[in-house]
Design a protein around this ligand. Sequence first.
Ligand code: HEM
Length: 457
Amino acid sequence: MLSIKDSVGENPPAHVPTLDLHEIQATVLRQRPAPYFGMHILLRVDDAAAGRAFLRRLTPYVDSAAGWRIAANAWLGVGITYAGLEALGLPQDSLQSFPETFRVGMAARAKELGDVDLNDPKHWDAPYGNAQVHIGISAFSDTEEMRQRALAVARDQYEGFSGVSVVVMQDFGAQPDDRNSLGYKDGIDQPPVEGSGVDPLPGQGRPIKAGEFILGYPGETGVPLPMPQPDILGRNGTYVGYRKYHSLVASFNRFLREHGSTEEERELLAAKLVGRWRSGAPLALAPDKDNPALGADPQRNNDFDYASDSRGQQIPFSSHIRRMNPRDTQLQRLTDVNIHRLIRRGTTYGRPYDPNQLSDEDDHVPRGAIFLFMSAKAMDTIEFLQKEWINDGDFIGANNERDPIVGLQPEDATFTIPKAPVRRRVHGIQTFNVLKGGEYFFMPSMSALKWIGNQGG
Ligand code: HEM
């Protein structure tokens, strides 16, 4: 049997971790490699006993977070949807102990998520949103060779089970220069997790209580969130919001050209939309021109706050990163920013970004991003972000403007760039990233995976 374990060493973390790293899945705490290669394999279970037998075979190959500071690496993570837990024959009292939002699934919460119109589940790619996705395996690695090895390990476990079938195989990987589907470097900022044993990078802020991200630990309020029962099922697990976006690259490029006559003007506008230059350099530290060396330096590229830009003249209030993590911005609605954080594992798929693509046909080329958003209350946090911080602007003084990168835009949507003496209001913002699928997964601990696999005798 192939193994990917021999690539896994265990470098000691900076501090003694207080989290049970041997129980928590690697994907929760381990950063995406750079560059990265991988695949999401989504499976359906038609026979509970076969599904559980498959899970028992797969579990020894799922990596824990214990060896998470590893340079050369590949790992597998696994999540199970509510439909999957049902299909695997979990006892009724355990099934009922999951939160309602998880049980009904992402598509059923479309109204609360604002996934309407273009983003409506009726337009999603098959098989998302129809209770057909039961188990998700994600393989991450730092080389194509290791990706193939990880995939072979995964395939060895599900091939040959008549009651388990693949419904999606989605390749993903870093684009040249580690850019995403709209040409930006991403995966830079992450919330630091208390007890993980790793020091926050400059600018990451204070460590956030582990219970915000992992079940069974106190959260920011001082108490753990309710867990699925029994304890062995819930503890050290987390929830994952999986969202697949299709990026309209040509529309985005045309928009930049309409509002910028030189490449410099276009790139400045692109930076204002996100709050970072495409290289990852933050506008807060490089207000006038890109600084690729800054963008590439993890010790510096996140080391900023918004204190010196209380009017949004450097980093517009409406920009993507200021909305998604307002840091110390004075908000119009009182809220604790640290209770709305998500661990993000963004994965880019399809043809690499090309600034010269302008044709309508190009908008149909499959390319975009699949995000894994992880937290102990991922369903609530994603609903909050979608409603308050993405598809509204009141909270940050941006009136009814929406997030220019990921908002669902109405007709003639605008983006305001505060400026003295007069602000600039850019028209023609469109929905540049269209939602094409989504599912909620529960990402169980290592013990919980074994427990699930052993149900039913
Ligand atoms: C295809 C759609 C999207 C694109 C192209 C995109 C792009 C980016 C880029 C370029 C950054 C800056 C680099 C970084 O810190 O990683 C960023 C940051 C971020 N994005 Fe997105 N994003 C997308 C969707 C989303 C969605 C749907 C959410 C939340 C539900 C989100 C949440 C965040 C957060 C929390 C940050 C970090 C902000 C900070 O801490 O400073 N993004 N995104």
